[in-house]
Design a protein around this ligand. Structure first.
Ligand SMILES: [Fe+2]
Length: 295
């Protein structure tokens, strides 16, 4: 079983922007000792988001932590049984991710999906360079990631649920935002922890592949302070403060470096999935989350 969303790898043409945004806006540490990458550390893990130098700003890999090494082997077999080509991570790639070994497959949307068990270099405490109180991680992983599955929506949902074993949390359909525009649909998925969703699939395209990446702050006031920094530092908002209906998240959305949107939240719902049925919904928010720019 998948324990949690352990890390995300991005590529970016502008690492300086990520250093600034990561440390001065979000309040993460940059744990990288070299200039060719940025490693955003938000807890005792060596990092949760790794940004590697590249030609374009894009999602490079999704890193799932398995509950045990036996389960890592079982996932390898499941992927092989499903006919997926299995690629073993190289030693250099494993070093970069602070894992001893990993393998990866591609999802139907073309994303690199990695699996590992256990990370090296855990235990160094998180100390925010700008005194952010902390982030909600631990057994629930780094937060959540929403990816585009445009044109392959049903296949991608089937891949994550039937092959990888993620569970449905909510199936949200929104009316077209304008006449002639397509309907928007988001399928929210959970793994083996109480976070309402660790991954969600969006039916429309996103230039970076990332619809958004969510970090959850332990203090509500830190969300407000982060919003103050976003405004003071000149980053563009994607959506105003609001509270989601399905995961109760109090949050706002900012467009980070390279056009990668971040949701900065607090108070996300934690669910006992052994006693909870997935939902189908048509209303995204109790209030707020007004979109500020075209998405
Ligand atoms: Fe979100």
């Amino acid at each position: 079983m998948i324990a949690n969303l352990g890390y995300v790898v991005l590529s970016s043409a502008d690492l300086a922007q990520w250093r600034r945004f990561g440390t001065e806006t979000i309040g993460a540490m940059n744990a990288s000792e070299t200039d060719d990458r940025v490693a955003l550390k938000i807890d005792e893990h060596p990092f949760r988001v790794l940004i590697l130098s590249g030609d374009a700003d894009r999602l490079a890999a999704i890193g799932w932590e398995m509950v045990s090494s036996d389960q890592l082997d079982a996932m390898r077999l499941k992927c092989a049984d499903a006919g997926l080509p299995i690629c073993e991570g190289t030693a250099d790639e494993a070093d970069a991710r602070c894992v001893t070994n990993f393998f990866w497959v591609s999802d139907p949307a073309g994303n690199r999906v990695e699996f590992y068990h256990g990370r090296t270099g855990c235990g160094e405490p998180f100390t925010s360079p700008i005194c952010v109180g902390g982030f909600v991680t631990g057994e629930m992983g780094l937060g959540h990631l929403v990816i585009s599955a445009a044109g392959v929506f049903d296949e991608t949902h089937a891949f994550y649920t039937r092959v990888l074993g993620l569970g449905d949390s909510d199936d949200l359909t929104l009316p077209p935002p304008a006449e002639g525009a397509p309907e928007m649909r988001v399928r929210f998925l959970h793994v083996d922890n109480p976070r309402h969703h660790s991954l969600a699939l969006f039916n429309l395209p996103s230039p970076t592949g990332v619809v958004h990446l969510m970090f959850e702050m332990t203090e509500m006031d830190d969300v407000g302070r982060c919003l103050d920094r976003v405004n003071a530092q000149g980053w563009s908002l994607m959506a105003s403060l609001g509270r989601h209906c399905n995961d109760d998240m109090f949050s706002f959305y900012v467009i980070g470096p390279g056009g990668v949107p971040f949701e900065i939240g607090h108070g996300g719902l934690q669910v006992d999935w052994s006693t909870t049925e997935p939902t189908v919904s048509t209303v995204p928010d109790y209030w707020g989350h007004q979109y500020q720019v075209a998405t």
